[in-house]
Design a protein around this ligand. Structure first.
Ligand SMILES: [Zn+2]
Length: 379
C-alpha cells in the first residue's frame, strides 16, 4: 500500500526576504496609526476578504473585522487594544498583503487558506489610537476589562470571540524600549507570552499548545535576529484578556513588538512581527507539526535593562553618575514627538542603550537643567 502524505510547506526565510520589501503594506508607516489610515486599505481588499462592521467605539468610530480562508481551524487576531501600540497593525496589513497577492510563497498562503479561517480586528481601540493613548476614550485599559466589560470595545471583542469560537488568538501589543532580553543587553525586539489560566500557572494542554506555536515563531526569529526575543512573566492576571481567553479554551498568543537598534518608527520590528505572525499561523495550519513546548522556557525572560540613551560619568547634583534616559512619545497636533526624560541615575554598567555617550564632560545641577539640555540635544 502506498500512503501519500500531503506535505505542508514551511516558511522559507530566503523567499520571504525577497517578497517582503516588494510587497509589504507601504501605505502604513510610523508609530501614529489611526482608523482613517486603514479604512482605504480595507476597501481595497479583494472580494475573497470579507470586511464587516462589527461595532462602534465609545466615540462612534466604526470597528471592522476582516475574514478570509475556508478552513476548520479558526484564528482570531486583534491589534491596538492599547491605542498607541501600532506595530501589530502594520504587521497585520503586511499579512493581508501576503494573502491578497500571488507570489513564490503562494503555496503556503493557499495551504493556510484551506486549513484555517482567519478573522482580524485591526485597531479594536480606535479612540485610543486617535488620541495616542493606551486607554480608550473612557480611560479604560481594555486589557484589564475582560470581566467588567465597562468599555464598549471590550464587548465588541468578546462578541466576535463568541461568534468565531477561535482555536487560537493573537493579541498584538507594543512594549517600551526599556525591555531587554534577559541580562544579555539586547533590546527585546519581540516578546511572547503564553498566558496562565490560574495562580498556579498550571501547564494545561491549551497552554502547551500555545507554547508550541511560540517556540516555532521563536525558532524562525532567532535565524534573522538572534538573541532579541524575550518572554514575559506568566504571573496570572485575573482581569487580563489573554489569561481569560486562554482559560475559556482559546489558545492565546501575546506578541509584544519592541525596540530594534535605531528603529524608532518600528519599521524593522514590524517586519519581524509579520514574520512571526505568518510563521505562527503556518505552524497552526500544519497538522503534523509537533514542537517541544518545553523550549518555551528557554526563551530568556524580559528584564528592564535597556534605555534610549545613557550618558556616562556625568557630574549630576555634585556626584559622578550615569544618567539613563527614555523617550516618551507625545502627540502634538497630529505629530508624534519623542521627548527625552530622565529614567534612572547611578551606576548603569549593567544597562545597554540605543545610544551611549562616554566621557561627556557634562555637568548638571539638577533635573530641570538636565532635561532642558536633553531637549535641545535630542529633540
Ligand atoms: Zn499593550
Amino acid at each position: 500500500m502506498i500512503v501519500y502524505i500531503c506535505k505542508m510547506e514551511k516558511v522559507e526565510i530566503k523567499l520571504l526576504n525577497k517578497w517582503y520589501p516588494l510587497k509589504y503594506q507601504n501605505k502604513l508607516k510610523g508609530r501614529y496609526l489611526i482608523q482613517d489610515d486603514i479604512l482605504p486599505l480595507l476597501n481595497n481588499l479583494p472580494s475573497s476578504f470579507d470586511v464587516n462592521k462589527i461595532g462602534e467605539s465609545f466615540l462612534k468610530k466604526d470597528i471592522y473585522s476582516v475574514s478570509f480562508g475556508n478552513g476548520n481551524k479558526k484564528i482570531l487576531i486583534w491589534t491596538q487594544m492599547h491605542g498607541n501600540e501600532s506595530t501589530g497593525t502594520k504587521a497585520l496589513f503586511d499579512l493581508l498583503n501576503f494573502f491578497a497577492t500571488k507570489h513564490e510563497l503562494s503555496k503556503i498562503a493557499n495551504q493556510i487558506l484551506e486549513t484555517c479561517t482567519i478573522v482580524c480586528v485591526p485597531i479594536i481601540n480606535p479612540d485610543g489610537a486617535t488620541a495616542y493613548t493606551r486607554v480608550n476614550a473612557q480611560n479604560i485599559d481594555l486589557n484589564r476589562d475582560v470581566i467588567d466589560k465597562k468599555a464598549i470595545e471590550s464587548s465588541i471583542l468578546q462578541d466576535i470571540l463568541k461568534e468565531i469560537n477561535p482555536d487560537y488568538c493573537f493579541n498584538m501589543h507594543d512594549q517600551r524600549t526599556i525591555f531587554s532580553v534577559g541580562e544579555n543587553n539586547n533590546p527585546a525586539t519581540i516578546s511572547f507570552l503564553a498566558p496562565s489560566v490560574d495562580q498556579e500557572r498550571t501547564l494545561t494542554d491549551g497552554r502547551k499548545q500555545t507554547m508550541e506555536v511560540i517556540v516555532s515563531m521563536n525558532n524562525l526569529l532567532q535565524k534573522i535576529m538572534p538573541n532579541q526575543v524575550g518572554r514575559y512573566t506568566d504571573e496570572f492576571y485575573p482581569t487580563a484578556t489573554g489569561d481569560n481567553f486562554q482559560k475559556m479554551g482559546h489558545n492565546t498568543i501575546l506578541i509584544e513588538s519592541g525596540h530594534f537598534k535605531d528603529d524608532y518608527q518600528r519599521e524593522q520590528t514590524r517586519k519581524f512581527t509579520f514574520y512571526a505572525l505568518l510563521q505562527g499561523i503556518n505552524f497552526i495550519a500544519r497538522e503534523n507539526d509537533k514542537n517541544n513546548y518545553k523550549a518555551y522556557f528557554d526563551i530568556p525572560n524580559n528584564e528592564k535593562l535597556y534605555l534610549d540613551i545613557i550618558l556616562k560619568n556625568v557630574n549630576y547634583k555634585d556626584k559622578k553618575e550615569d544618567i539613563g534616559i527614555l523617550f516618551k512619545e507625545k502627540l502634538i497636533e497630529g505629530q508624534l514627538y519623542f521627548m527625552p526624560k530622565l529614567e534612572i541615575t547611578g551606576n548603569l554598567s549593567s544597562y545597554n542603550a540605543n545610544k551611549i555617550v562616554n566621557n561627556s564632560g557634562l555637568s548638571f545641577l539638577n533635573k530641570i537643567e538636565l532635561e532642558k539640555w536633553l531637549k535641545n540635544e535630542f529633540n
